[in-house]
Design a binder for this molecule. Structure first.
Ligand SMILES: [Cu+2]
Length: 453
């Protein structure tokens, strides 16, 4: 059974939503490549390159890849820095700054050895630049305003052009009024695929950016002066329960690349698997230098990519392990009521505010069940419904959905996993159920053979 969200998600990979900026381009393009725009926050399917060497394209969670054109052997892209309206989750839109219609900006994908020419048009009301984080390039292309080159004035287009000397996972963001422009949502990912397609191939290659906003419930514009106490912890400017799942075919080799342009670290934890970090924004990690993990800390201003073989079917949580980062907008100065008896207080307050309800005596799980009345344009602190009840999460949380028989370019939501009989926790009723009485009938997970046996 699919719920409405899943049905909506199922259509998300059809490529709908890619708008051409033709009207704008035809009046002022002066030979510029067309700048594609995106009008929604759905995950777009992989964009296979129309020309040049084939590669396994990445899939950006709740994002998309920027199309390019070839011009005399140079790969040309066109980014437009501009104000955007981004749906952070159903019921909450933010007025951000971004690129080509969305924040975060589109993912750029190219191949090691390519020469790229990236046109950047500034439609903000102040100057901007783009720094190409982690890429090896000429000093004058590095995008630090005032140091590498002058800022791009409003209304102007600058051209960045360089050779991609190494493969890996990189990022882009302004280096001009950087605190404001990044707090407003300007950032994106830059993938350079290896020239040799046999180098560390994967079947699925997911990518997302960790970013954070401080938006007062009921308002639309991020507070740009916040340094640590953000209230919206996002993946690609998107919040759970509306971060799309990572849909995986059982048996696939999977890579997950995570960039962090917030002002704190995020320990990303994935259930059901162990994995190895195979790439940082500095380059690929040699096999003999890797070790197993189930949580990888993504440093501030850094990227980590990890890989695993998706052998275990199921619905596996993936989330930041800082528990405050899996909550949506909340006040941190709320007193703790656990273990207190609030009945007397409730009676007193209800004398003049009959709808008052004291909460939090047993914990805060009641917040996930109650559909409390919220101001317009905000999302509940913890929310999301699974097949067995409220998930009580928000912010940096999603689900890795590993299933049999998913087509190679299919990323549509397969719905909830049905646990095979005998493989789900159950309520104790006084005696073991039938399946548990026969030890050999238990479903076992075959242990992996490891070198230390
Ligand atoms: Cu976090």
């Amino acid at each position: 059974m699919m719920n409405r969200r899943q049905l909506l998600g199922a259509g998300a990979t059809a490529g709908a939503g890619l708008l051409s900026a033709g009207a704008w381009a035809s009046t002022s393009n002066m030979g510029l490549p067309e700048a594609a725009l995106m009008d929604n926050a759905n995950t777009q399917g992989p964009l296979h390159p129309p020309t040049g060497p084939e590669y396994r394209p990445v899939v950006t969670l709740n994002g998309w890849t920027l199309p390019f054109r070839m011009n005399n052997g140079v790969k040309e892209f066109h980014l437009i820095a501009e104000p955007v309206e981004r749906e952070l989750a159903e019921g909450m839109t933010a007025f951000l700054w971004g690129y080509n219609g969305q924040s975060t900006g589109p993912t750029i994908e190219a191949v090691e050895g390519d020469r790229v020419r990236i046109f950047v048009t500034n439609k903000l009301q102040e100057h901007t630049t783009i720094h190409w984080h982690g890429l090896i390039l000429p000093s004058g292309m590095d995008g630090v305003g005032g140091l590498s080159h002058p800022g791009i004035p409003p209304g102007k287009t600058f051209v960045y052009e360089f050779d991609l000397t190494k493969s890996g996972t990189f990022m882009y963001h302004p280096h001009a009024d950087e605190m404001v422009q990044m707090a407003m949502g300007m950032m994106g990912m830059f993938i350079v695929h290896p020239k040799d397609p046999t180098f560390m191939p994967v079947d699925r290659d997911f990518i997302f950016m960790l970013n954070a906003f401080d938006i007062e419930p009921g308002t639309y514009v991020p507070r740009i002066m916040t340094m640590t106490d953000f209230n919206l912890w996002c993946w690609n400017s998107r919040l759970f329960p509306d971060i799309d799942p990572l849909v995986v075919n059982q048996g696939d080799r999977v890579r997950v690349r995570v960039g962090n342009l917030t002002m704190t670290n995020h320990p990303i934890h994935m259930h059901g698997y162990d994995f190895e970090v195979t790439c940082t924004d500095g380059g690929w990690v040699p096999k003999q230098a890797r070790w197993p993990e189930v949580t990888v800390d993504i440093p501030i201003g850094g990227m980590r990519a990890y890989e695993f073989d998706a052998v275990h079917p199921g619905d596996w949580a993936i989330h930041c392990h800082k528990s405050h980062h899996t909550m949506n907008a909340m006040g941190h100065d709320v007193p703790t009521f656990i273990g207190t008896d609030q009945r007397k207080l409730s009676q007193k307050v209800q004398e003049f505010q009959p709808e008052f309800m004291a909460m939090g005596s047993a914990g805060m799980a009641d917040m996930g069940v109650m559909e409390m009345e919220l101001p317009d344009n905000t999302v509940p602190m913890m929310t999301g419904w699974g097949p067995y009840g409220p998930i009580e999460m928000g912010g940096m949380f999603s689900v890795v959905k590993v299933r049999e028989g998913i087509g190679s370019d299919d990323y549509s939501d397969p719905g909830w996993y049905e646990n095979p009989p005998g493989t789900q926790a159950y309520e104790w009723t006084g005696e073991l159920p039938e399946h548990a009485r026969k030890a050999d009938a238990n479903t076992h997970i075959t242990p992996k053979t490891t070198s230390n046996g």
